[in-house]
Design a binder for this molecule. Structure first.
Ligand code: ADP
Ligand code: ADP
Ligand code: MG
Length: 664
């Protein structure tokens, strides 16, 4: 076994690899960029080496520098994590050439699976079922159009070099094909430097079910069962679970065998995932087709760890150091059910726009270690840390295990309720919303689940004004006016009538003005009117800091955090925020004014769809930006004429930079 390894990654996955290495008494070397100088992954390792600037190309993708760091620190092997260099066959080869072990498959296997089209040709030969489609090397647009027409619509055009849900276009009819092809190729060349595409039949109501495989250097390969990753947004996974609901023993064995055949066809070594798209037929039958193989550890590997009781990073290290696979196929077993939720810095109500900022509050559920770990959090951040625009938007992964799916689901919801984040927009409430849908609760899964449940998933308000106001006031009562309760009423805006004190509070709630009136009665009790509800308000605080609020027929245990004039309220049933208008002294107005269109976040301008002088109508796409690995379309807020473009494609822009100007 290795004595020291270098972890060529950052964030949660670098911390996760370091944890296993530590348990196995292997020393670790971290690498870091400017933005990560004080990051958790640096602290999690025994030593660290500085790589360079914050942008990945200046740090985590500089592989000569990483090889030098490994040499200089005496590391024998490099764990690439996922993303960055993990699927770069040149890097894997360079490690070997430098006498270092790349903890992953051989370069030839990475290469064989690197391009979706080529890998499909290989899989066809290996007898693995493929989605009907075209994956040839001929790329003449007229030929591609003919192939799409032959396959039959809807079809999916995919960048052969694509990944991370990028470079895909669904096409419903023949007339739309040419335009979709051009746009897909543009994105492909921009993001992956290669515009080759393939075409697949767009499977209806599909499920994404993938198989974890593991190969060793002795020619053995096993599968560690499946994960269902059907719940997706923008073709990216949001919730992942194992085992897949409705999976039969026969189908599991068949998919497992197909995945092992796929891996063996490329002499696979280490951890890999074979992704299948599964067609659901009436009557419950399911057909599976190979989509792609990811030649690395997957983000969602913890659900497999939870149901098998194994540490996949330990397996990676053992296999990379030449040991045989720790277990044989017949020794592997599934226990219970596990679900992972990806907690991301993003705004679901604004088309999942990634968010950046400081984690002013970051509280998480207690991980439990009693007997079997049933709540696990993998993260690479801490309170006070930054979510920067340089890397992806995943803050943490929350993984739960239960003896049944229903138990795991209930545990996940309870654990998500204990995730309190203030300072950066997150998808935590959205995740809880998904878990609560009938579709998810009944395991009626397919990749359109989020779309289908739109009505209940977006723009939800879990608490409502009365409780939000009661919570904000409860916090003020207890922490700001501790000694003498009537003190708030001594202020200018309080007044006295008939021996009672009254005070009005002005708020902004969900973008609308709102108010509440608190009365301090002669008997020393509070009476609150808010959002059309009025009643006695009883407040208290637990030693843990949580508030107890009784109002409107309910008793609630709440966490309330103050930030920039807003009270951020976390309750069992959800979270919300309420802004006290009178306390809004410093918060600047950051909204774009009419005519100015500003970058919603730091990033790169990919393209402009318009030029100066063009007439545009409301909602029309004007520009495409790339930030945090995603493309964002900037649309016209109103009808008008483009006056000026302030940047050129390829330019870096800062948040709030004016991109273009439109006159009415
Ligand atoms: P999974 O492992 O579950 O399939 P994803 O497909 O979402 O997860 O992405 C896997 C990893 O690859 C993630 O770390 C993601 O950030 C990274 N990734 C995705 N797209 C890109 C890209 N265009 N360039 C570099 N890394 C990427
Ligand atoms: P990536 O490399 O970006 O992960 P994949 O080929 O794995 O790309 O596809 C990502 C997602 O797109 C899948 O999980 C699935 O939701 C959807 N998808 C891919 N191929 C098809 C298809 N032929 N029909 C329907 N949906 C598909
Ligand atoms: Mg994929």
């Amino acid at each position: 076994m290795f004595k020291k390894i270098l972890i060529a990654n950052r964030g949660e996955i670098a911390c996760r690899v370091a944890a296993t290495a530590r348990r196995m008494a292997i020393r670790t070397v971290a690498v870091y960029s400017d933005a990560d100088a004080h990051a958790n992954h640096v602290r999690a390792c025994d030593e660290s080496v500085y790589l360079g600037g914050s942008a990945p190309k200046d740090s985590y993708l500089r592989w000569e520098k990483i090889l030098e760091a490994a040499k200089a620190t005496g590391a024998e092997a490099i764990h690439p994590g996922y993303g960055f260099l993990s699927e770069n066959e040149e890097f894997a080869q360079a490690c070997a050439d430098a006498g270092l072990v790349f903890i992953g498959p051989p370069p030839s296997a990475i290469k064989a699976m690197g391009l979706k089209a080529e890998s499909k040709q290989l899989m066809e030969k290996a007898g693995v079922p493929l989605v009907p489609g075209y994956h040839g090397s001929e790329q003449d647009p007229a030929l591609l159009q003919r192939e799409a027409d032959r396959i039959g619509y809807p079809v999916l055009i995919k960048a052969s070099a694509g990944g991370g849900g990028k470079g895909m276009r669904a096409v419903d009819k023949s007339e739309d094909f040419a335009a979709a092809l051009a746009s897909c190729q543009r994105e492909a060349i921009n993001s992956f430097g290669d515009d080759a595409v393939l075409i697949e039949k767009y499977v209806q109501r599909p499920r994404h079910i993938e198989i974890q495989v593991f190969g060793d250097t002795h020619g053995d390969c096993v599968y560690l069962f499946e994960r269902d990753c059907s719940v997706q947004r923008r073709h990216q996974k949001v919730l992942e679970e194992a085992p897949a609901p409705g999976m039969t023993e026969a189908m599991r064995a068949e998919m497992g065998a197909a995945a092992v055949a796929a891996a063996k066809a490329v002499n696979y070594v280490g951890a890999g995932t074979v992704e299948f798209i599964v067609e659901q037929r009436d009557g419950g039958a399911m057909n599976f087709f190979f989509m792609e193989m990811n030649t690395r550890l997957q983000v969602e590997h913890p659900v497999t760890e939870a149901i098998t009781g194994l540490d996949l990073v330990e397996w990676q290290l053992r296999v990379a150091s030449g040991e045989p696979l720790p277990l044989k196929q017949e020794q592997l077993q599934i226990h219970g059910h596990a679900i992972e939720a990806r907690i991301c810095a993003e705004n679901p109500d604004n088309n999942f726009l990634p968010a950046t900022g400081t984690l002013h509050v970051y509280r998480k559920p207690q991980a439990t270690a009693f007997q079997r770990s049933r709540v696990r959090i993998d993260d690479g951040v801490r309170e006070g840390g930054e979510i920067s625009p340089f890397y992806d938007s995943m803050i943490a992964k929350l993984i739960v295990h239960g003896s049944t799916r229903a138990e795991a689901l209930a545990r996940l919801d309870a654990a998500l309720a204990q995730v309190h984040i203030v300072g950066v927009a997150t998808n935590v409430q959205f995740l809880r919303g998904i878990i609560a849908t009938d579709s998810f609760a009944n395991a009626n899964l397919d990749t359109a689940l989020i779309e289908r449940e739109r009505a209940v998933l977006f723009d939800r308000e879990p608490l409502g004004l009365p409780l939000a106001a009661a919570a904000a006031i409860a916090r003020q009562c207890i922490t700001e006016w501790p000694a003498a309760m009537p003190e708030p009423f001594a202020r200018r805006d309080g007044f006295r009538a008939l021996g009672e004190y009254k005070r009005r509070f002005d708020y902004e709630f969900r973008g609308e003005p709102a108010s509440a009136t608190l009365t301090y009665k002669r008997d020393g009790s509070f009476w609150l009117e808010a959002g059309g509800v009025s009643g006695a308000l009883v407040v208290g605080q637990f030693p843990s800091g949580e508030f107890e609020v009784e109002f409107n027929g309910g008793r609630h245990t709440l966490n309330v955090y103050e930030r920039d004039g807003s009270s951020h309220v976390f309750a069992a049933q959800g979270a919300t925020k309420i802004l006290a208008v009178d306390r809004l002294a410093h918060a600047g107005d950051t909204q774009a004014e009419g005519g100015r269109l500003t970058a919603p976040m730091p990033g790169k301008v990919v393209s402009f769809a318009v030029k100066a002088g063009d007439k545009v109508s409301k909602g029309q796409p004007l520009a495409v930006m790339e930030a945090m690995k995603m493309e964002h379309t900037i649309a016209a807020p109103a009808d008008g004429t483009v006056e000026e473009l302030m940047f050129a494609p390829g330019d870096q822009v800062a948040e709030g930079n004016e991109l273009l100007r439109i006159s009415a």
